[in-house]
Design a protein around this ligand. Structure first.
Ligand SMILES: [Zn+2]
Ligand SMILES: [Zn+2]
Length: 360
């Protein structure tokens, strides 16, 4: 059988329409030691092709990271086959039944072998990513974080924790996950080797690795919120537990954030009024990600500054001319930092302790 899809977009859409399945979107990941990723890749490809699974999956020596759509009617079979693979037996599957997405979120099955399942730039030859921290469910998380001796740390980037985070969490002001680990070790954790450490991130995958890293570094009581904020919010609600998360959970899709509590804990980066909606500056040479209130959205026309607004309003030809030879990668990387934004810190101050003032 063919091990790669070679059809174009239109052909693929027609094919999916023809097949006429109802799909459920599933994501899962796990760190494990995979001796021969290519072989495993082909095995999965054959298995999933037969079930008409579509979506994208990365496989590396360190594990698997998968976002796929599975035809609803083969779901039991899919699960059974997946769990028959040793290191995937019992892996947590995240289902998205109700997301208003495109008709076909994925057009074909893509399984790629990569060096890493998460592009984080960590050198993990030095430590064992499968020796991770203790997983906490929502209830256990609430209990452990009630203890004032517990150190609760947000492992996301500054623009994520800015709009929402757990009460009492330490919020490292970092731009990338790669930078955050040594930084957190130096400035927060050093000397606390015997304390209870609880870490969390959006969906749990960053903590899988971070917890293994800190255990390797000699920290004894490393815990992580299983399934991240996404699962916590869902479970806390379902089980009637106290919700310790305030504000919005930043997500990397069109919505930019999922509201979890009614608190608005951040301010518009342009006027300082309470706001927690991220905007991508409309100037194609900028695309800065920043927080903008509705008022500023109107007056700046979705741009981060008057300069960008002026450029955005030029004819496209003129804009192209201006962009020629300009390197804008800096601003895309520096999400949410720019000298134009009066109400956002420009230099990395790195640590801010949540004193929860705005909510009192
Ligand atoms: Zn504003
Ligand atoms: Zn801009």
């Amino acid at each position: 059988m063919q091990l790669w899809n070679k059809l174009n977009k239109e052909e693929l859409e027609l094919q999916l329409r023809d097949i006429g399945h109802e799909y459920v979107t599933i994501s899962f990941y796990t760190y494990a030691k995979i001796a021969n990723p290519s072989l495993f890749r082909d095995h999965l490809f054959v298995m999933w092709s037969k079930l008409d699974v579509v979506g994208r999956t990365y496989i590396a020596h360190e594990g698997i990271n998968s976002q796929i759509a599975v035809p609803t009617k083969v779901l039991p079979e899919f699960r059974e086959q997946l769990y028959s693979i040793d290191f995937l037996n019992g892996v947590r599957l995240n289902y998205a039944f109700d997301e208003a997405e495109a008709e076909f979120p994925f057009l074909k099955l893509k399984i790629k072998v990569r060096n890493k399942i998460l592009a984080d730039g960590l050198n993990d030859e030095t430590f064992d990513v499968t020796k991770k921290g203790i997983h906490l469910n929502a209830e256990e998380f609430n209990k452990l974080t009630d203890d004032p001796g517990t150190m609760l740390i947000d492992f996301r980037n500054h623009y994520e924790s800015e709009v929402g985070h757990f009460k009492g969490a330490i919020l490292p002001d970092v731009d990338t996950f790669r930078d955050s680990l040594p930084h957190i070790e130096e400035t927060i954790l050093k000397g606390n080797e015997n304390k209870n450490i609880v870490m969390y991130c959006t969906g749990g995958i960053r903590c899988e690795k971070a917890s293994a890293y800190f255990k390797y570094k000699g920290f004894k009581n490393v815990h992580q919120l299983e399934g991240g904020i996404i699962k916590y919010a869902h479970d806390a609600k379902k089980q009637g537990l106290e919700n310790k998360f305030i504000g919005k959970n930043f997500v990397f899709d069109e919505r930019r954030g999922e509201r979890i509590s009614d608190d608005i804990i951040s301010v518009c980066h342009q006027c300082g009024e309470p706001a927690d909606t991220h905007t991508n500056c409309l100037n194609n040479a900028c695309h800065l990600l920043f927080i903008q209130c509705d008022g500023c959205k109107d007056s700046f026309e979705n741009c981060c500054s008057k300069e960008c607004q002026e450029i955005h309003n030029l004819p496209e030809e003129k804009q192209k001319e201006l962009r020629k030879g300009l390197d804008n990668s800096n601003q895309i990387f520096k999400k949410g930092r720019s000298k134009h934004l009066k109400f956002k810190s420009n230099k990395e101050k790195h640590i801010s302790l949540d004193t929860n003032k705005k909510n009192k």
